[in-house]
Design a protein around this ligand. Structure first.
Ligand SMILES: Nc1ncnc2c1ncn2[C@@H]1O[C@H](COP(=O)(O)OP(=O)(O)O)[C@@H](O)[C@H]1O
Ligand SMILES: [Mg+2]
Length: 265
C-alpha cells in the first residue's frame, strides 16, 4: 500500500528523528512533558522558547546526553529508546546506542573545542579515535571541511588564537567530520558578539542549502524565519506551537507564542 497518508513522514520525506511523548524529570522538576517531534530528511527545524523551557534538555535527550523517563526515540527508523510495558523508556544496548547516536552531530553554545589541540587536530580527533580512521584518510577530508567553513588557513592554530565565530565554525567542521546524517545545534551563536553571529549563521545556512537535516535551538529569529522549514515553540517543557516558518511568524496562534515573539522581534 502506498505510504502517502503516513503522518510520520512529513511531506513524504524519510523520517530521520521521531520523538514520541518524551517525559524527562530532574528530581521533582518535570522538564519535558510529553514532547513529540518528527523530523524529515533534509528538514531544518528551529526550536525557540524562553530560557528554562527545556530546549537544551530535549536536544540532549535525542542524542543520549540525557536519558528519557518515558516515551520513545527513533533515529532513522532505529529504536534508541521505546516505552516498555511498565510505561518507562527502555534503551537499546550500549553498542547500539553509541552506533545510533553517531548519526547525529552536535554543536554547543560553548564550542567545546580541545584547547591543547590545533584546529586540524580538533577536527580529526573523533574520526581517528571513534571511527578508527587512518590519519592520511581523514586529513584531506578535514582540510576540505575547514575550507568549507572558511578556516583552512587557521588549520595549525590553537583555539585560543581564534575568535568566537571562528571557534564555532571549527566546532561545526569537527561535527561534520564524523559524517553525521543529522546536525543538532544548541544556541550556536548565543555566546558570540553580535558581529560574529553572521559568519556562523552563514555556515549553517550553507549546510541547510546542502539539505542537511538540522534541529536548531536558536534566538536568531531571522535565521528561524529564513532558513528553517518549520518552527517549534516550547514553553514549560511542552511544545506549545509548531508550524511552517512563514506561517509561524505571520500568524502565531497561541497567546504564549505571540507574547514571546513580541519580545524577540
Ligand atoms: N542536569 C540538570 N539537572 C537538574 N536540572 C536541570 C538540568 N539540566 C536542566 N535542568 C533544568 O531543566 C529545565 C530546562 O532546562 P533547559 O533544558 O536547559 O532549558 P532551555 O535550554 O530551554 O533554557 C530548567 O529548569 C533547568 O534548571
Ligand atoms: Mg538551553
Amino acid at each position: 500500500m502506498p505510504n502517502t497518508t503516513n503522518k510520520a513522514e512529513p511531506a513524504g520525506r524519510p523520517v530521520m528523528i521521531a520523538a514520541r511523548d518524551i517525559v524527562k524529570s530532574f528530581g521533582a522538576n518535570r522538564v519535558l512533558d510529553r514532547v513529540s517531534l518528527t523530523l524529515g530528511k533534509g528538514e531544518v527545524v528551529a526550536v525557540i522558547g524562553p530560557s528554562g523551557s527545556g530546549k537544551s534538555t530535549f536536544l540532549r535527550c535525542l542524542n543520549h546526553l540525557e536519558t528519557i523517563d518515558e516515551g520513545g526515540i527513533e533515529i532513522e527508523g532505529e529504536t534508541l529508546a521505546a516505552p516498555g510495558p511498565d510505561g518507562r523508556s527502555h534503551y537499546a544496548n550500549d553498542a547500539e546506542v553509541r552506533r545510533i547516536c553517531r548519526k547525529m552531530g552536535m554543536v554547543f553554545q560553548s564550542f567545546n573545542l580541545f584547547p591543547h589541540m590545533t584546529v586540524l587536530q580538533n577536527v580529526i580527533e573523533a574520526p581517528i579515535t571513534v571511527k578508527r580512521m587512518r590519519r592520511d584518510a581523514i586529513v584531506p577530508q578535514a582540510e576540505e571541511l575547514l575550507r568549507k567553513v572558511g578556516l583552512f588557513s587557521k588549520r595549525d592554530n590553537y583555539p585560543g588564537r581564534l575568535s568566537g565565530g571562528q571557534k564555532q565554525r571549527v566546532a561545526i567542521a569537527r561535527a561534520l567530520a564524523m559524517e553525521p546524517d543529522i546536525m543538532l545545534f544548541d544556541e550556536p551563536t548565543s555566546a558570540l558578539d553580535p558581529e560574529l553571529t553572521g559568519e556562523v549563521l552563514r555556515t549553517m545556512r550553507q549546510l541547510a542549502e546542502e539539505h542537511m537535516t538540522m534541529l536548531v535551538v536558536t534566538h536568531e529569529m531571522g535565521f528561524a524565519r529564513e532558513a528553517a522549514h518549520r518552527v517549534v515553540f516550547m514553553d514549560q517543557g511542552r511544545i506549545v506551537e509548531e508550524a511552517a516558518a512563514a506561517e509561524f511568524f505571520r500568524a502565531p496562534r497561541a497567546p504564549r507564542t505571540r507574547e514571546f515573539l513580541a519580545h524577540m522581534l
